[in-house]
Design a protein around this ligand. Structure first.
Ligand SMILES: [Zn+2]
Length: 496
């Protein structure tokens, strides 16, 4: 291919260009036959979204991804680029990437008529065949399709339907490629009609003049499912032309979610201290998003993006890094308490329902962290006896610790708490673990017991006995089951 430089070479090579959806289909068939990975980097969709996507491509459909924010919709659309040919021949300089063997625009036809087989051709890389646009209500037909200058056209004595008078918009510039429109329902009805006409008839009216544009484009879209299905948001004929509606979703399991965050978060801080992230910290960070998605105080319609755990983990590491630097520690091991320092990455990632607004974003985020810690702790410590540690607090012990306490300080202060080190080991501590790792595991146990309301924590005293410490002999399980009941008039009552 690289040796093909002129139209004559191209003709001699027997090259035939294909419609873009056919090209994508054939390349996908090749990948499926070879067992190549499809959509690398997309995690957790192997049995849901990807099979539907493959079917849509095999069917040569335009498609729409319906899903909430942070469900990798844009990434999937960009991944479609890998299904294009590595490069295709074009008429150099043509704004709509005309095929030298079948040019659309009058200028290219004129050049080919003049130069014939001597016409130099160019090669367009696949990355340059993907055009993306975020739909907003102010997008115009001129942005999307193009514009004409009637006066200039009249002066030149040109027929107005001649493309020479046209300033191309985004869609024609995506000719022979993929055009992605994000948040399709935000596009004005008039623009949707324009898109539909191009797709269906290959012509469009601009300023009342008919323009002929037989474009070859694969159209892909994204939308929030509720917006898309709302009556009147999408014109019916356009909806009809979208062959497949594919629903995306949030990670179904904590394992998938952790894998995504591991891939996306900036955790490998080159040039700095070594970072070791305990699994329970990763799990807690992930569980916050799961808890938030299930929380009725948080708006379901806008969702909770996977970007929440990603940026939270980054802040958690930074807080641990800051502590390690302050104390001259050589290894950075995040603690569960570092998650509270990540509030700035949590509070902005969800919209609150009315009830949530009464409580406030920061308090909601704190509640989410505490219940995430509780969920992860209960999972790991199911059936593990923590009584000796809780009793130490019930007998009046307290630990004034914070997220700025050095690892050595945490270890020294907790040395006298019988059974605590054994519980820390159960968190997954390896023999010969570094002081920061031990401190982190100890912190996890204390935060876990706090989340289970077996001990309490305050700014002044640090960790101490639970506020309503159960009487001796009372079964501990009941304490973890206590329910916060909201009474009329917003008074809270605690049942123990
Ligand atoms: Zn052209």
């Amino acid at each position: 291919m690289a040796s093909i430089e002129t139209l004559g070479d191209l003709r001699q090579s027997g090259y035939r260009s294909r419609p873009v959806k056919q090209e994508i289909r054939e390349n996908l068939v090749g990948k499926l036959r070879a067992g190549d990975p499809l959509f690398p980097g997309i995690i957790g969709y192997d049995e849901t979204v990807i099979p539907q996507l493959v079917n849509a491509v095999l069917s040569r459909h335009n498609f729409i991804l319906l899903g909430l924010r942070g469900q990798a919709k844009s990434r999937i659309l960009r991944g479609m680029v890998d299904l294009l040919d590595e490069r295709i021949p074009v008429v150099p300089g043509c704004e709509i990437h005309d095929d030298p063997l079948a040019p659309l625009c009058a200028a290219c036809r004129a050049r080919i008529a003049k130069d014939g087989d001597r016409l130099a051709i160019g090669w367009l890389r696949r990355e340059d065949r993907y055009v993306e646009k975020l739909a907003t209500p102010d997008v115009t037909i001129a942005d999307m399709v193009g514009d004409i200058d009637p006066i200039k056209a009249a002066e030149a004595g040109l027929n107005l339907s001649d493309e020479l008078t046209m300033h191309y918009g985004l869609l024609p510039r995506a000719n022979r490629g993929i055009f992605a429109i994000n948040e399709l329902p935000d596009l004005a009805g008039k623009i949707q009609v324009g898109l539909f006409n191009i797709l269906q008839e290959g012509d469009v009216q601009i300023k009342g003049y008919p323009i002929r544009l037989k474009l070859d484009v694969m159209l892909v879209f994204t939308a929030n499912p509720e917006d898309y299905t709302a009556r009147g948001k999408i014109i019916t004929p356009l909806k009809d032309r979208i062959g497949s509606e594919i629903r995306t979703h949030y990670p179904a399991t904590r394992g998938h979610a952790m894998a995504i965050t591991k891939q996306e978060a900036w955790t490998d801080r080159t040039g700095a201290l070594r970072v070791e992230i305990p699994d329970y910290v990763r799990e807690v960070v992930e569980e916050i998003a799961f808890q938030a998605r299930a929380d009725r105080k948080i708006d379901k319609r806008s969702g909770v993006s996977q970007r929440l755990p990603i940026s939270t983990l980054e802040l958690v590491i930074s807080n641990a890094e800051r502590r390690a630097l302050a104390h001259g520690e050589h290894v950075v091991v995040p603690r569960v308490t570092d998650v509270y320092a990540a509030l700035p990455s949590i509070t902005g990632k969800f919209e609150l329902e009315y009830e949530g607004e009464l409580r406030g974003a920061e308090q909601i985020a704190r509640d989410l962290i505490r219940s995430a810690v509780g969920s992860v702790f209960t999972g790991i410590f199911d059936g593990v006896d923590s009584r000796t540690v809780v009793e130490w607090f019930d007998l009046g012990g307290s630990l004034p610790l914070s997220d700025t306490s050095s690892a050595d300080d945490v270890i020294a202060q907790t040395r006298g708490v019988q059974g605590l080190r054994e519980l820390a080991t159960h968190a997954g501590l390896k023999p010969g673990a570094t002081a920061p790792a031990v401190a982190s595991a100890v912190d996890f146990v204390l935060e876990g017991l706090y989340a289970q309301k077996k001990i309490s924590r305050s700014e002044e005293r640090g960790y101490s006995a639970a506020e309503a410490a159960p009487r001796r002999g009372q079964r501990r399980e009941e304490v973890t089951l206590d329910e916060e009941i909201r009474m009329p008039g917003n008074k809270k009552k605690y049942y123990n």
